[in-house]
Design a protein around this ligand. Sequence first.
Ligand code: GLC
Ligand code: CA
Length: 557
Amino acid sequence: MKTRWYKDAVFYQIYPRSFCDSNGDGIGDIRGIISKLDYLKDLGINAVWLSPVYKSPNHDNGYDISDYRDINPEFGTLEDFKEMLDEMHKRGIRLVMDLVVNHTSDEHYWFRESRKSKDNPYRDYYIWRKGRGKDGKKPPNNWTSRFTGSAWKYDELTNEWYLHLFGEKQPDLNWDNPKVRQEVIDICNFWLKMGVDGFRCDVITYISKREGLPMGKFNPVMCGDEHFVLGPKIHEYLKLVNSESWSKFDTMIVGEAIGCKVGDAESLIAEDRNELDSVITFELMEVDMKMNFFPVKLNLPKFKKVISDWQNLPANCWNTLYYENHDQPRSVSRYGSNLLVYRKEIAKMLAVSLHFLRGTPYVYQGQEIGMTNIYLEEKEYIDIMATQIFSIIRKVFPPLMPLARWAMSKRARDHARTPMQWSAKPGCGFTTGKPWMKINPNHADINVESDLKNPNSILNFYKELISLRKGNAIIRDGSYKLHFPKHKSLFVYERALEGKSYIVICNFKEKTVHLNAVDLKARGAELVISNYKDAPKHFTDGQTLRPFEARVYLKNG
Ligand code: GLC
Ligand code: CA
């Protein structure tokens, strides 16, 4: 029987390559994670989402899997993994693994077989088509890869093309083949039987492609979406894996749901649908990011509307709350300004704005100490998204290069992937060797060791917030109401249950803002938490919020 344990959970996301390196090869690993479990327990989190640790040639850092039942030797062994799982469970921490089954690596056995001939038993595990045009030298349709360029790759061996919605070394699986669906079910059961507590399903909204793979509406960057985002059989396939695997264990299944709008959410996550438990929406990320890679100024009313629309989903739906993950820039850099002066206030204010919402919050490694974006020279970017964007722009229209560099300095996925800053030492306590990726030079100031010592640190603030949520019925079950929806600087909302309510006030701007708060009818309400030490202990009808100030009051009756 499934319990809804995740409704009381705070998740921590680990990006294993950058978390902690135990053997000095510069790459984070499982024994490194084990060594930090006490740290995580102390932080108060009770579940981990672990980005992929399976065997992989790492063209997309593990999101290209070549063996679903084994661990990448860089990270350790299956025995190490089992020990980690055991040590997590001993500490009351659940483990949710990444499940990347929209595509595999081109080095997976299935694909190596599939390529060989048109009658290979694995041929239909993937999506192969003849090219267009007289000589078949044009891709089968105009769909684009999420990493730029055509989504098709020609293979001489059989004179056909295969579909890859991500990198060309990430061929898409053919979910219309029942054997593929059975493989996915078997993989899930393999890990669940071992004791894993659930999955974060990578790009799960892309698994069902429209029959005939029709041409997409013209769009030079993202073409074809209308034929594979929430495609025709998505619900059928999710229900199948749910009934044959997920529902048989006490799991939490969260789907990465690119392209899923709030209006689509119920069909995937309402409890009686038996599909997913929650989705990771991109709607909030799109408020200040166009076409997934071009940053625009944050429009706060829009930001609040997106959050509120999701908060207002029916009671049988459950939200995933996040500002950061391994694909997004650091939130203090993204939503804040003047980090030299206000970084701590910003990090804490953002944490407040998220952690009082209804849903399961996720803390991405380093977010709890306010890690920032990094400055990189063009040649220092490693991630496939930034490097492919640079190379295509240089080829197609070089005058746009400065713009591309500017966009990546704000948006690249590399920002989230710099090594976790454990200490001020060279190697930042992450490694004693040469790190696989550049360490942010600001680790001299921003690191776990110094935050642990400082009672006013971001880290200690997170601990307080996380412990405040534990068993807190108002935060878990209370109603949600947005106040002052059009306000351009403040995000004000109320969570109410049985006559009590939290009033959450967050100033997203680097300026002092006055608010006439008489309508909130909260005069005298008691201060629960704030990122400014001298915030007024009792609520007054006139509120004066300093730069990035956050205040939460508890109103009785
Ligand atoms: C998801 C992952 C991302 C990866 C992509 C392809 O969006 O979060 O890191 O590149 O899927 O697997
Ligand atoms: Ca290592």
